[in-house]
Write a protein that binds this ligand. Structure first.
Ligand SMILES: NC(=O)c1ccc[n+]([C@@H]2O[C@H](COP(=O)([O-])OP(=O)(O)OC[C@H]3O[C@@H](n4cnc5c(N)ncnc54)[C@H](OP(=O)(O)O)[C@@H]3O)[C@@H](O)[C@H]2O)c1
Length: 304
């Protein structure tokens, strides 16, 4: 009998991550549901168990904590000897939302650069939150990916799914040279992505976002997901035996969006689950807009 595949999902206690756990379990995958908070994670597992899903175990994971990552890797190695699927779902939005005004203005739909002058009472983007957003969404995701590569290499069908956002699309950037650089996967390096992030943070702190063509709304989040997309492509090139892709789940009603999305978390999880289960000859290094392959650098505003 075929051995069950096992999957680690980060930020599995709620929202899209929880739904990914549920749907992948229904596809016969053994789930390691992780959460940074033990009690929230255990409650999520109980909820799945109560709905009849039993092959789910909890392990604590704060992706910002290298010791927590090392502890999870050791657990997976001891218990399963390999990892088949890593779903990097955990992320932060990097802004403070004034709920009433944000909802009244249509949620994230109003977060376009042309509206930036209208958003002063709707959202705030403090530097510290932006920096934390980049640390979680990019640097921590990169760290956990690197930590699991050796165990993924032991799988017959290894997969990495990076849950990204349409906000990581280069469409939202206004610096043509930078866009070209982030798109030029043949010449881009991880070191250069890091330099670009540090350049963004300096400009963010010095209020020079407009001057250098950075996104003006949800800026750190957009940069974090654009960096994640570029990293996904570099990793796919480097590890050709692993299918490594990124997926925009769609605009979903979750805590991250203050429940303003058009889709449910259940609908949002469909893309990441489909990409996690791609066949061995499936694509790698590509962007999926929900379940369809899309572009890294142009956006169809009707398909958010
Ligand atoms: N919702 C949307 O419309 C939308 C659109 C595009 C992309 N996405 C992406 O979809 C993914 C899931 O988003 P969501 O809407 O489901 O958000 P959510 O409901 O806010 O859930 C985020 C999850 O990430 C976890 N998390 C945050 N920082 C963490 C850390 N340092 N270590 C471990 N876990 C951490 C949270 O844990 P706690 O519960 O402990 O905070 C939570 O489980 C994210 O990558 C997001 O960028 C969402």
């Amino acid at each position: 009998m075929e051995e069950k595949r096992c999957a680690v999902i980060t930020g599995g206690n709620k929202g899209i991550g929880f739904e990914i756990c549920r749907q992948l379990a229904l596809e016969g995958v053994k789930i390691i549901l992780t959460a940074r908070n033990e009690s929230r994670g255990l409650k999520a597992v109980e909820k799945l168990n109560a709905s009849g899903i039993s092959d789910v175990i909890f392990h604590q994971l704060d992706i910002n904590d290298p010791t927590s990552i090392a502890c999870l890797v050791e657990f997976i190695e001891t218990r399963f000897r390999k990892l088949d699927i890593l779903i990097n779902n955990a992320a932060e939005i990097g802004i403070v939302v004034h709920e009433n005004e944000f909802r009244a203005g249509g949620g994230f739909i109003q977060m376009i650069d042309e509206n930036v002058h209208l958003l002063t009472n709707v959202v705030e983007e403090p530097y510290e939150l932006g920096e934390q957003c980049l640390n979680t969404n990019y640097y921590a995701t990169k760290r956990i990916t690197e930590a699991f590569i050796p165990l993924l290499q032991l799988s017959k069908s290894p997969r990495i799914v990076n849950v990204t956002s349409i906000y990581g699309n280069l469409h939202w950037f206004h610096n043509e040279k930078l866009k070209k650089e982030l798109e030029d996967i043949e010449n881009l390096t991880e070191g250069r992505i890091d330099e670009i992030i540090q350049w963004f943070l300096r400009d963010f702190k010095a209020a020079k976002l407009r001057e250098n063509g950075w996104p003006l709304t949800s800026s750190a989040y957009k940069v974090s997901k654009a960096a994640l997309n570029a990293y996904t492509r570099l990793m796919a090139k480097k590890f050709q035996n692993i299918r490594i892709n990124c997926v925009h789940p769609g605009y979903c009603a979750t805590d991250m969006t203050s429940d303003t999305g058009f889709l449910t978390a259940e609908e949002g999880a469909k893309g990441p689950v489909m990409v996690a289960l791609l066949p061995d000859d499936g694509p790698s290094g590509v962007f999926f807009n929900k379940t369809q392959i899309g572009s890294f650098s142009s956006v169809d505003l009707n398909k958010l």
